[in-house]
Design a protein around this ligand. Structure first.
Ligand SMILES: Nc1ncnc2c1ncn2[C@@H]1O[C@H](COP(=O)(O)OP(=O)(O)O)[C@@H](O)[C@H]1O
Ligand SMILES: Cc1ncc(COP(=O)(O)O)c(N)n1
Length: 262
């Protein structure tokens, strides 16, 4: 049986994040990948040199083309850029009845370039959180979405509860932006917290870690795995991808999408 996943996200010309990271991750996990591009970025390991959003019509056409013929088993959203695109994507998810939806609330690139307009945060909260089967914020994104300061593990848990109350089914808070040698990714299912701990690898090559991690969760959900199994594989996938980086580009390089084998 062929499992299929759709990513609705921005294109990263540098190939380490966005649509490119998602498709590579789907492929490595033996899931057929499809895409609807929201914006094209001119980007490399040194930063973002340009952002060119597509029209709402162009995004709509791509999603509908995939939906009517290829029915994805799971859907991931990444860079959505504007309020108009968020509203359209939310409307399409509802129209096509997609349930296994992983929302990665991408806001800014590692180098600081905005990938979501500031005024679109409200639209993300209002339209996307209630549709999120899984939400994968990093700590700064969780701070923006909950309007909280997050420094301690207790505050991360409090924020996860808040996001759950805002309509998210499963909150997966990534710990890359935390302090210390140990890195903790947190899952909240509305009742309990689950933690995935790993050693923080000392490297500057972490471009696209968030996209890759969320794409691995999406691929596993497309294979009808549980959220617990999905996060488990995603964590091992990203750990291998960061451990065995490719050392390309002169800035913050990409992770290695072919390092992990199931
Ligand atoms: N230096 C690192 N070593 C090992 N894993 C990392 C490292 N940086 C990030 N990760 C992992 O990559 C994933 C994304 O992390 P994070 O940096 O929090 O998100 P984002 O890329 O969205 O900012 C998480 O699973 C996190 O644990
Ligand atoms: C098109 C696009 N989408 C998302 C990211 C975020 O990347 P990261 O996973 O490093 O936070 C990016 N840099 N570019």
């Amino acid at each position: 049986m062929t499992h299929k996943a759709l990513t609705i996200a921005g294109s990263d010309s540098g190939g380490g994040a966005g649509i490119q990271a998602d498709l590579k991750t789907f492929h490595q996990l033996r899931v057929f990948g499809m895409s609807a591009i929201t914006a094209v970025t001119a980007q490399n390991t040194l930063g973002v040199q340009g952002v060119y959003p597509l029209s709402v019509e162009a995004v709509e056409r791509q999603i509908d083309s995939v939906a009517v013929d290829l029915s994805p088993d799971a859907v991931k959203t990444g860079m959505l850029f504007s309020e108009e695109i968020i509203e359209l994507v939310a409307c399409k998810i509802k129209q096509h009845g997609w349930i296994r939806v992983v929302v990665d609330p991408v806001m800014i690139a590692k180098g600081g370039a905005p990938l979501l307009k500031q005024e679109a945060v409200k639209a993300l909260q209002r339209h996307m959180l209630p549709l999120a089967y899984v939400l994968t914020p990093n700590i700064p994104e969780a701070e923006v979405l909950t309007n909280m300061r997050i420094e301690t593990l207790e505050q991360r848990k409090e924020a996860a509860k808040k996001l759950h109350d805002m309509g998210v089914r499963y909150v997966v808070m990534k710990g890359g932006h935390g302090e210390g040698d140990e890195l903790v990714d947190l899952l909240y299912d509305g009742e309990q917290f689950y933690e995935w701990k790993s050693k923080r690898i000392d490297t500057k090559h972490t471009h696209g870690t968030g996209c890759t991690f969320a794409a691995a969760i999406t691929a596993q959900l497309a294979k009808e795995k549980t959220i617990y199994e999905a996060v488990d594989v995603a964590k091992r996938f990203i750990q291998a991808a960061v451990e065995q980086t490719l050392q390309i580009g002169s800035g913050h390089g990409p992770t290695n999408h072919w390092a992990f084998h199931e």
